[in-house]
Ligand binder design. Sequence first.
Ligand code: PLP
Length: 367
Amino acid sequence: MSGPAYLDWNATTPLRPEAAAAMAETLAHTGNPSSVHRAGREAKKLLDQARARVAERVRVAPAYVTFTGGGTEANHLALRGLPERRLIVSMIEHDSVLAAEPDAARLPVTPDGVADLDSLDRILTADPRPALVSLMLANNETGAIQPVAEAARIAHRHGALLHCDAVQAFGKITFNYSELGADLMTVSGHKIGGPMGVGALIASPDLPIQALQTGGGQERGRRAGTENLPGIVGFGTAANRAEPDDGRIAALRDRTERRLVAVAPDAHIHGGSVRRLPNTTCISMPGVAAATQVMALDLAGVMVSAGSACSSGKVKRSHVLDAMGVPSALAESAIRISLGWSTTEADIDRLVEAWGALYARTRSRAA
Ligand code: PLP
């Protein structure tokens, strides 16, 4: 029998061997990028190379890249670093955006989980104060791709700025900063085969972003503190190696969905009719709690998550499915399956077999 099937790539990805090797080499290097001596200059060179690699991925100049301690911090820097602007955030944003400003105006989504741009126009028209709109590029639970370029055009027409959390889209689909028209963009290392705890905020050096932590001039004054050089080097290496899906993962995901619906005919795929990330499925097995499914799959050696897992490891109600108007019974039975570059057909066989067996057990009990 093959090893366990890891199907939770939207939570985190395996560290790419090239990133691990580059990190190990950097750990053995002594030198602070701010020091002027040779060891410092060598460290600075590594930092610059990583910055150039991340910048290259989203087609910006390296000066646009501010390294942070992950996507959560970059989201906070984007939303809190421009304090004079009122915030409008979509209802399906990651918790790190929603929590950055609890009083932000909320942008609704359609039943398929796509931001409602007529509402955005109305919200911006109703209050002419300078605003910052935050709309993610792809949702972490359903994979639904958001109309960021159109939202940016609407925001700019009203004199507002747009922040895009591209954490889940980065490395999975092809996009770039200027085509999207975003003013600020968040990316994270551990969703693309880099290490956890490293991310970046992409923004023009001209934007007056105030640092959340001060005391050192690092990152052009946008983020004080000695840089996490091994992590940043790992992130840069992973960014350099990341290859958006060439169709293999999308085809595997589509086959997976067909097979899951074949074994559980009343299963429901959330956001199934809109453009999604190629690797993500959010699916409900009606009447069976998500936690029950996650545990049954885990016992069978298949790792998935229940909607959005929070840091306590508990399963909480999905605000994304709530925002889509999914009835609570259906929302509570939704799991997220997310694939990646090393997912195999055997992993999917294992998932379908275990999920199908659980379905058969619950239905025969109910009969
Ligand atoms: N934004 C989205 C859409 C995410 O999915 C995540 C992580 O799951 C984050 C932000 C947070 O990123 P990090 O884990 O690097 O803090």
